[in-house]
Design a protein around this ligand. Structure first.
Ligand code: GMT
Length: 390
């Protein structure tokens, strides 16, 4: 197949998954064309059958807010024509599903390009619910020929918040390359992150309010009362100053390291003795899966799609959001009890490989694409009772 992929190219789970999917599809013989305003951050080296098409935007003084979604539609349209795409797969509904719908309309009737939209999280649970986006989000996702969600939780939220028939949504969980995300990575940066004997507690995110980075600091402060440890923050975003301020207030700032954004998170997460993810919501929690694959035990919020990834007491520990004492207690136990850690880490790695490894998930996307293309050929959408709606 010749597949177009659009995602946010900057740091974020949806872009990471979209990029990894494209690379894996290319490895399996498909031709993959990324269409975005910048090269996706995990695209890295040259790979056979992988192409990147940058969305070109003309700046003009009249545009206080340049219309990216229109330029994206044109880039999708042009790429589809030039590269003879069989399918366009967009990640994160806003504005990608809308741009893809416009591109499809521009292509018709000569080309009947099916669009698959993968819903990732706040496109449904937050941004898409805002009155300024709700109607267009609903319109665009309903018009995608295929619709996937990264968890059962997100599927239910889409049905509830957007009145999308459940049968229209296929749940295909996120995945990772478990050969890349694995314990014992080399180079290992452990000695540069913390002195010998100090445990490494880590948090990886985009530091948005939903991540509750100040709770990471709160939990860490409780942990260091009992365990010699260092907190390593990976990533960046609006709440970073708040985390630093809270660390200062709690007197743990000298034990907190802010590394900023990094492309090779696998090299860092494999050094962690504990990963904290106390989010108030999370449709999946890719960072938790990455930690599970790398041998870092996870303590996270029991919220959204996280329990579909982490099984409490088996492959990690989950608590109500804001349960800082419980999170700290579990963290301390994991840092102090090597047998408990070994049991959790082994179960987590097994789950990561068997349920969320690329070999388990990528063929599901391929099969889904084939179904979408076949249904589209006869004017239908997956799970749609009504045929022929443009
Ligand atoms: O939805 C977002 O705010 C951003 C998005 C991203 O690009 O990282 O995160 C969502 O998608 C990830 C990949 O599918 C999931 O792992 C995250 O849980 C999800 N974020 C939220 O639901 C808050």
């Amino acid at each position: 197949m010749r597949i177009g992929i659009t995602c946010y190219p900057t740091y974020g789970g949806s872009g990471a998954v979209a990029t990894e999917l494209g690379l894996k599809l290319a490895e399996r013989g498909h031709e993959v064309h990324f269409v975005s305003y910048a090269q996706p951050f995990r695209l890295g080296h040259f790979r056979e059958r992988v192409f990147f098409h940058e969305v070109e935007m003309e700046d003009y003084p009249l545009f206080e807010h340049p219309p990216y979604s229109l330029a994206l539609s044109v880039a999708m349209h042009d790429t589809a024509v030039r590269e003879k795409l069989d399918l366009m797969h967009v990640h994160y509904a806003i504005p990608h599903a809308t741009s893809a719908w416009v591109a499809r309309k521009m292509l018709a009737p000569e080309r009947n390009l099916p669009v698959v939209t993968t819903l990732h999280g706040t496109d449904i649970t937050l941004v898409g619910l805002h009155p300024s986006f709700h109607a267009i989000t609903r319109f665009s996702i309903l018009r995608s020929q295929g619709l996937t969600a990264v968890s059962e939780y997100l599927k239910e939220e889409t049905v509830r918040g957007f009145q999308v028939p459940a049968e229209r949504i296929e749940v295909i969980p996120n995945f990772i390359d478990t050969d890349v995300w694995r314990p014992g990575k080399e180079p290992c940066h452990r000695s540069t992150l913390a002195p010998e004997g100090e445990k490494i507690v880590m948090h990886v995110s985009n530091f948005r309010p939903v991540k509750h980075v100040e709770d990471v600091v709160e939990v860490f402060e409780r942990i260091v009362r009992k365990v010699d440890a260092r907190l390593v923050f990976v990533g960046d975003g609006p709440e970073r100053p708040r985390a630093a301020e809270r660390a200062e207030e709690l007197g743990v700032r000298p034990r907190v390291l802010f590394l900023g954004k990094h492309a090779s998170v696998d090299e860092l997460i494999a050094c962690a003795d504990l990963l904290l993810l106390p989010s108030s919501n999370e449709s999946f929690g890719l960072a938790a899966l990455e930690a599970m694959a790398c041998g870092a035990p996870v303590v996270a919020s029991d919220v959204g799609g996280i329990p579909e990834v982490v099984t409490h007491g088996e492959s990690g520990f989950l608590f109500e959001p804001g349960s800082l004492d419980e999170m700290a207690a579990a963290g301390i136990e994991l840092l102090q009890d090597p047998r408990l850690k070994a049991r959790i880490v082994e179960a987590a790695r097994t789950a990561a490989v068997s349920r969320f490894g690329a070999d388990a998930i990528v063929p599901r996307y391929e099969a889904y694409y084939e179904r979408v293309i076949a249904a589209n050929g006869s004017g239908a959408r997956i799970g749609d009772a009504v045929k022929g709606i443009a």
